[in-house]
Ligand binder design. Structure first.
Ligand code: DGT
Ligand code: CA
Ligand code: CA
Ligand code: ZN
Length: 578
C-alpha cells in the first residue's frame, strides 16, 4: 500500500472511533498518524522493505500501535481493526462527517435515532423535517445540514491548479473595479500552489463591503449565487468551481490571510503553539488571554507573535516547516530569476508547433541563457519522432543557428538534445553514437505503462546505467486527474541516478507536475539534482515554468538543488558524459 492509502485508513479509523464515542486521545493519535503518513516524502513500503520494523522507527507521530498497523497494511494490504470498526459503523457515516455542521456526536445520534446510514438518507431525513425533531437539533441546524450537503456535493470536485488560475486572475481584475477596494488576494490551496484546488477563497479589504458583494456576484462567469451576506459570499461558476469571498477589516487582514491560506493542519499547529505561549490566534487576529490585541494587520506579524519568521505559503503543509522556521532553517525560496534556461522543448520536427528559431526567440525573451531542443525519437510515432538521419540534420541546424547567434553577439545557446524514448526493455531509442554527439540527453517512458513496479524500476535503472542520460523526463508519467503514475520505485531510481550523475525532471507542464512536491523532497534528501523544465510544445508553454518553480518550492528545493540554475559553462561540465 502507498502512503496515501495508509493515511486514508488511519483517518477513517479516527473518524470511526470518534463516531463510536471513543477516547479522544486515541482518536487524535490515529489522525496524527494519518497526517504523518500522508506528508512523508519517503515511501513507508520502501522504508519497511529496506529496514524492517527498525526502518519505521523514529518517525515522529508514529508510535508502537500505529507502526504495527502500518506493517500489517504493508504485509496484508489491509487493517483488521479498520475492518472491524466498519462492521460496527456503516462506511456512509464517514461521508456524513464531511457535511459541515455535522460533527461526530450529531452524526452518531442521527444514526442511532433515525437509522441514517448515507448522505442521501441524511438529505431525505432533513428534507422531511425529521432532523429538527431530535433532541439538540432545531430548524436552524436542519437547514444548515441541508446547505452543508449541497456544498459538499459541489465541493467534492477538484480542479487542476492551472484550470483555476485564469479564474483567480479574472476575479482579481474584476474586483479591482470596485471603488475603494485595497487588497484582493486569492488565498487557500491556490495561494499554496497545491496541484489541485477544491475551491477559491478570495480575501479583500474595502471601505464599502456592500459594493464588493454586489460586484462580486455579477462576475460574468457566475452560474449561481449560493449565499450573499454583508461581508462574505459564495458563488458557483459555470465551470463548476466554487468561489468564496470575504471583506475584512484592515486590522485583521493579515490574520485572515494566515487563516484562510491554510493548510488546515498547518493552522492547527500554529494555533497550538500560540496557546502554549498564552496567546490565541483566530482569523480576527492574535490576542492575549485577556483579550488584548497583539497582531493581525500583517501576516508577518502573526508569525512573529509566535516567535517565527514568515513561512512561504508553499511550505505550509505540515512537512516540518514550523520546526525549520524555529531553527531559522527554512529553504531559501527558489526565484524565477534563478532559472537560466529550459531543458525540455519540442519543435515542429516532432510534435511541437513552432520552429527551433521561434522557440529560441521566445526563450531569449524570457531572459534565458540556454534552451535544449528535445524532440522525440522514432519510437514515439504519433509525435513524428526523429530517426537517426533527422536528428543528425537537426544537430547541424542547431550548430548553424548558434553560429548566427554568435555573429549577432547574442548570449544565448541552443543545446543539441533529444527526448529519447526508454523502450520497454530499458534500451534507448537512439544509437549510442548519436547520443554521444548531443549536449544533453533527456530520456522518458512513453508507453508500456502497466508494468509491475519492479519491472518499471528495472527498465529505468537499466537506461540510467548506460551512462548516457542527463535527465529522466516526467519520471512517473502521471497526468493529473487523468492518468495515474506508473508504478516505479523512485527512491531506487534516485539512488542510481546519483551514481550516474543523472538529474530527474520536474516537468512543469501543468497537467503533469512530475516530479511532484514530495518527490522533490525525496530527490533533495537523496542528493539528486532536479531539472525544472516545461516540455513546451509551443512558445506559449514556456511560461509554465512558474508551475514548476512553485512546485519545487513546495518540495523544499533551493537554487543549488536545481540543475538549470547553473550558468551555461557550469551546466556543460555537469552534462559531460564519462
Ligand atoms: P481546497 O479548497 O480544498 O483545495 O483547500 P483549502 O486549503 O483552500 O481549504 P478550504 O477552502 O476548505 O479552506 C481555506 C483555508 O481555511 C484552509 O486552508 C484553512 C482554513 N480552514 C478552513 N477550515 C478550517 C478549520 O476547520 N480549522 C482551521 N484551523 N482552519 C480551517
Ligand atoms: Ca479553497
Ligand atoms: Ca473555501
Ligand atoms: Zn515526454
Amino acid at each position: 500500500m502507498e502512503n496515501s492509502e495508509i493515511a486514508r485508513v488511519f483517518f477513517e479509523i479516527a473518524d470511526l472511533l470518534e463516531l463510536k464515542g471513543g477516547d479522544l486521545f486515541r482518536v487524535r493519535s490515529y489522525r496524527n498518524a494519518g497526517m504523518v503518513a500522508d506528508g512523508l516524502p519517503e515511501s513507508l513500503k520502501t522504508l519497511y522493505e529496506d529496514g524492517g520494523e527498525d526502518g519505521l522507527k523514529g518517525i515522529p507521530g508514529i508510535g508502537e500501535s500505529t507502526r504495527t498497523k502500518i506493517i500489517e497494511m504493508l504485509e496484508t494490504g489491509g487493517c483488521a481493526f479498520h475492518r472491524e470498526l466498519l462492521t460496527e459503523m456503516p462506511s456512509g457515516m464517514l461521508e456524513i462527517l464531511k457535511v459541515s455542521g455535522v460533527g461526530p456526536k450529531k452524526a452518531a445520534l442521527i444514526h442511532k435515532e433515525l437509522g441514517v446510514k448515507t448522505i442521501d438518507e441524511l438529505e431525505k431525513a432533513a428534507a422531511e423535517g425529521r432532523i429538527q425533531e431530535l433532541a439538540g437539533f432545531g430548524q436552524v441546524s436542519e437547514e444548515k445540514i441541508l446547505r452543508g450537503i449541497k456544498d459538499l456535493k459541489s465541493r467534492t470536485q477538484v480542479f487542476k491548479l492551472s484550470f483555476v488560475t485564469p479564474f483567480a486572475l479574472s476575479f482579481v481584475a474584476w474586483l479591482k473595479k470596485v471603488p475603494g477596494i485595497i487588497d484582493i488576494v486569492p488565498a487557500g490551496s491556490y495561494r499554496r500552489w497545491k496541484e489541485t484546488v477544491g475551491d477559491l477563497d478570495i480575501l479583500t479589504t474595502c471601505s464599502d463591503a456592500r459594493a464588493v458583494m454586489d460586484h462580486f456576484v455579477k462576475h460574468p462567469e457566475v452560474r449561481e449565487v449560493v449565499s450573499m451576506g454583508e461581508t462574505k459570499s459564495t458563488v458557483v461558476l459555470k465551470a463548476g468551481l466554487q468561489v468564496d469571498i470575504r471583506v475584512l477589516e484592515k486590522k485583521a487582514f493579515g490574520a485572515a490571510l494566515q487563516y484562510f491560506t491554510g493548510s488546515k493542519a498547518h493552522n492547527v499547529a500554529i494555533r497550538d503553539r500560540a496557546k502554549r505561549m498564552g496567546l490565541k490566534i483566530s482569523e480576527y487576529g492574535v490576542f492575549r488571554e485577556n483579550g488584548q490585541w497583539v497582531a493581525g494587520e500583517k501576516e508577518e506579524a502573526v508569525y512573529a507573535a509566535v516567535g517565527l519568521p514568515w513561512i512561504p505559503p508553499e511550505l505550509r503543509e505540515m512537512r516540518g516547516e514550523i520546526e525549520a522556521a524555529e531553527k531559522g532553517a527554512l529553504p531559501e525560496p527558489l526565484k524565477r530569476s534563478d532559472i537560466r534556461g529550459d531543458l525540455h522543448v519540442h519543435t515542429k520536427e516532432s510534435d511541437g508547433t513552432y520552429t527551433l528559431e521561434q522557440m529560441a526567440e521566445a526563450a531569449m525573451k524570457l531572459g534565458y541563457e540556454y534552451m535544449a531542443v528535445t524532440d522525440h525519437s522514432k519510437a514515439v510515432g504519433i509525435a513524428r519522432g526523429l530517426d537517426e538521419a533527422r536528428i543528425m540534420a537537426q544537430m547541424q541546424a542547431v550548430d548553424e543557428f548558434n553560429d548566427k547567434l554568435r555573429k549577432q553577439k547574442k548570449k544565448f545557446t541552443v543545446l543539441k538534445s533529444t527526448e529519447v524514448d526508454i523502450r520497454a526493455d530499458g534500451t534507448l531509442d537512439h544509437p549510442e553514437s548519436v547520443l554521444r554527439k548531443l549536449d544533453l540527453v533527456v530520456a522518458s517512458v512513453h508507453s508500456g505503462f502497466s508494468m509491475s513496479m519492479d519491472e518499471m524500476t528495472k527498465r529505468v535503472v537499466k537506461a540510467i546505467r548506460t551512462g548516457l542520460i542527463n535527465i529522466i523526463g516526467h519520471p512517473t508519467g502521471r497526468l493529473i486527474g487523468e492518468r495515474e503514475p506508473y508504478l516505479i520505485d523512485l527512491a531506487k531510481v534516485m539512488a542510481e541516478a546519483k551514481k550516474y550523475n543523472t538529474a530527474l525532471e520536474l516537468n512543469s507542464y501543468p497537467d503533469r507536475l512530475d516530479l511532484n512536491d514530495s518527490h522533490c523532497m525525496l530527490a533533495k534528501e537523496k542528493g539528486v539534482l532536479v531539472a525544472i523544465s516545461t516540455d513546451s510544445h509551443s512558445i506559449h508553454h514556456l511560461a509554465n515554468i512558474e508551475y514548476g518553480i512553485h512546485t519545487a518550492r513546495r518540495g523544499w528545493l533551493e537554487k543549488k538543488d536545481v540543475l538549470n540554475t547553473r550558468p551555461l559553462v557550469e551546466l556543460m561540465k555537469i552534462l559531460k558524459k564519462k
